[in-house]
Structures are given as structure tokens and as C-alpha cells.
Design a protein around this ligand. Sequence first.
Ligand code: ADE
Length: 542
Amino acid sequence: MDILRFSAFWCGTILFSCFLLGQSEGTMLKIKRLCKFCDVRQTRCQGKGSCKVDCEITSICPNDSDICVTIWRKNEDNVTFDTICHNPEVKLHGLRLDDYNNSKCEMRERSGQGSDFYICSCSEDECNEHVFFNGNSLDSPVVAVVLVSLVPLFVMAVFVVTSFYFYRVYRQRRANSRRKKGAPLDSDAHAIMIDDEGSDSSSTHANNLNHNTELLPIALDALVGKGRFAEVYRAKLKQGSSVSEEQGFETVAVKIFPYEEYASWKNEKDIFSDADLRHENVLHFLTAEERKVQRQYWIITAYHGKGNLQDFLTHHVISWHDLWLLGGSLAQGVAHLHSDHTSCGRNKIPIAHRDIKSSNILVKSGLSCCLCDFGLALRLDSSLSVDELANSGQVGTARYMAPEVLESRINLENIESFKQADVYSMALVLWEITSRCSAIGEVKEYEPPFGNLREHPCVESMKDSVLRDRGRPEIPNTWTNHTGIQLICSSIQDCWDHDPEARLTAHCVSERFSEMEYLDKLSGRSNSEEKIPEEICVGDLK
Ligand code: ADE
């Protein structure tokens, strides 16, 4: 409707303008013209600005097509005005009049007349009484048309901008009042919600894509993580941004890439920009920005105060219930990433993370995991170019690399191979979580998988351990006294099989965790190391 009204308005404006133009151009010339007609008179007009001709005689022009003419001449001290009727078809002083359609008499200097010589012609009654030098009349038809067209346009623009402003203010107020009442946000606001609760975490709702060029007003608080390509800061979203106006003052995480790491930022941004990636076990993305002044690229996400899984395991011994929560949610996150459909059944592009490790997993306040750091992730769509595939051989962290990745023998033709390599890395993380669970018996200090190797083992030493010696992290017999641990360890072993094809899928691992829920209930959600009777569980799980 608005568009129709707008178009009708403009058609009207244009027709009206054409009418004005037509009036001044055509039909009026047929009426006999009244013009000032005093022939030559002395004047004090100095040929600047506008002047009134001192002529008291108004004549009805003899011919239908006559127009009014005024000539200003300066010959030494003698300055005169000529006022006459004239047929524009006929030259006057050897000059063809081409401005007689004007409604006002606008003087133009003509050379070759033996003195200072200005002439104007016009076609409105007595229009040659007032003359304008230096083109300072605003009354030409062209100017009229421009004015008639631009003024409504300007008024419309002011109206649209003002309406939009008030609409935004209205929506923000409404969102604020709904938030205070605890009502969900409008679905069309594309709000995303960080589902953490509790004091250590943020609760942020935001448009996940910042289509504005405006940068979010953010104050960086403290460095909370450092990776290969970027640093992560805890930060406050200041009031005044659309995000904070609607959702209040928020804590977020800002991952800062220097300009040199553009490729990593771009990859992570592109992966995050796929709305189908959203899942409770995948870090919630808010927006990505280029900060030109600082020569940085930013990725802004939810903040999780418990930090990454590696740090968490270093400082905490966990219960069987915690192991079940952390392990199960990790498998669910990876399964969602790898899946070709969303939980609603919509098609989605599977994604391989390619750098799964405990420091790339965050612990949420309810002790569930969420995957982060998608700088090396790969969308496994059919449009992957040969180059992209060729470059996608050996990436990730050597300690967590699957044997086929260490050997650079990953089957690039089959997208499942990328998922299988992720599953191997996930198995090492599940082992790390299990190694810190009180249900295994004696819990040692946290050690990464292959902890006997130096801090950042290179590919060659990993090859020695994983390929030559077929080594895997140790699972002592004592661990398997607990039925749940026994089941988890058998899944871990299935996931780190040397043969990629023999590995479980992440989806299967997540289902195995779900099936263990009753074990979790029997354990009474304590740090208990009690054993669950064999006959209750094992058969059901197979
Ligand atoms: N370290 C890396 N990303 C983080 C985040 N989003 N929250 C807390 N710590 C982090």
C-alpha cells in the first residue's frame, strides 16, 4: 500500500510539473501580450542585480505571437532601457531571441553591438518591467520544475527518517518492557539467547549478524585466552548499542585477530554466519566486525566464565554425573556440527571442526560443553573446490591429530573422512574428561593425552607415538570397575580406532551417553565411586 501511495504521489508531482512547463511553453502565446513599450528611456540601472524599468506605458502587442523585450545599453555615460513588443520569429538587432519562453526577463550580455548591450525577452504580461542581471532570478520554468519536484521529495525523506526513528524507539521500549516482564522476544527480531544462567555467565540476546556498519560499543575487560591466531577478551557491551538497549548491560567474549590473520577470522565468521550452526553445544555467535582504526578483526560471542575445558579439568576433579554431562554434551555438539540436518529436520551443511581439543571447548555454567574456535573448520558442501580440498590435508594440533591426518593420507574424496578425524580428536578429549572423574578410582593430576611428550609435540613425534607404536592414552584396568566408566571407555576406544571407517560417529556416541542416563540417576549425582550392578545396565546398552 505504501509503495502504491508513494508512486501515485510522484506521478501527480511529475504531471503537475509538466503542466506548469506546458503552460509556460505553449498555449499562452496565443493570447495577445501586454508589454511595457516605451522604446528608449534613460535609466540609472547599472546592469547589476535586478532593475525596474521606468516606463509607464503598457501596450497590447499588435501580433498574437509577440513577446516582451527589454534592452539595456551603456554607451559612455549614456545608459538606456528599450522596452518593446517583438515577434520572436524575427531577429532583433541581428540577434535571435531564444529566451522568450521565460516568465521573467533575465538579461544576457550580447557582444558585437558597439556598446555594453544586454537583452532579455519573456512571455508574461508586463514581464519586461523588471529585469534581472547575473541570472539571479529563481523563476525559470526549469527551476520551478526542480523546486516542485525536490521539495516534496525532501519532505518525504524527512517524514520517512522521522517515522523510522520513532518506530525504532517504540520497538526498543517494547522490547525492554517485555524483557522486564520475562516475555520472549519477537521471533522476527532474530534474537539469540545464551542459555546459561547463574553469576558466572552472560545472558545475552542479540542479532547474530551485525548488518549495520556501526560497530558495537564495547569495553574490553581482561584477557581470558590466547590462541594461535587470536586473543580472547572478556568485555562489556556498553549501553547505547541496539543490543544493549534491548537486553541491558551484557558481558561478552571478544576474539581479536590482527590484520595478518584475516583468513582465520574470515573462515570463523563465515562458519558462524550459518544460522543452522546454532546449537546449545556450539558457542553462540553475536557478530563479527572489522576494527579499521586498530587494524583488527573481531568476533563477538557469548562469554562463559568457567573458561575452557582444559583449564577446568586442571583445577577440578569431577563426579560421574559431571562426566556424563560434559562428555554427552561434547558428543552432541560434534554430532550437530557433522550432521546434514538440523534438529527440526531442515537440510544443513555438515561442518568438520578439524581442531577439536580440550582448549577449544568451553564449559558452560550447567557443566555442559560448547565447541569454539572455528578458525580451521571446513564446510563439507559439494561446492568445495579442488584447491580447498587439496589445502585441507594436514591441519589442526599435532597432539590431537588422527593417524591418517598425521600421515597426510586422509581420503579427500569422501567428506566422512573429515568427520572421522574429528571423532578421533573427540575420543582424546573424552579420555581427558574421564581421567579427572572420581569414579575411575585414584585421580591423578590433569595431564593432556600423550602427556609424556613435550608441551607442543611436533607432527614427527606424534607419528612415532600414534603410527609407529600405535600408542593411545592409557586406560588402566582399575577405571573399568565402574560400569559407566567402562561403557565410556569402550566408546573412546571405538572412536580412536586406527581405521577411520571403524570409528563410531559422534551421533552414535551421543546416543550411547543418552542411554547411560539411568546409570547417572543410580549414581545419585554424587562424587560416589560406588559400582552399579552389572545386570542392570550392560545388556540394554548393546
Ligand atoms: N575463551 C575463549 N572463548 C571464550 C568465551 N567465549 N568465554 C570465555 N572464555 C573464552
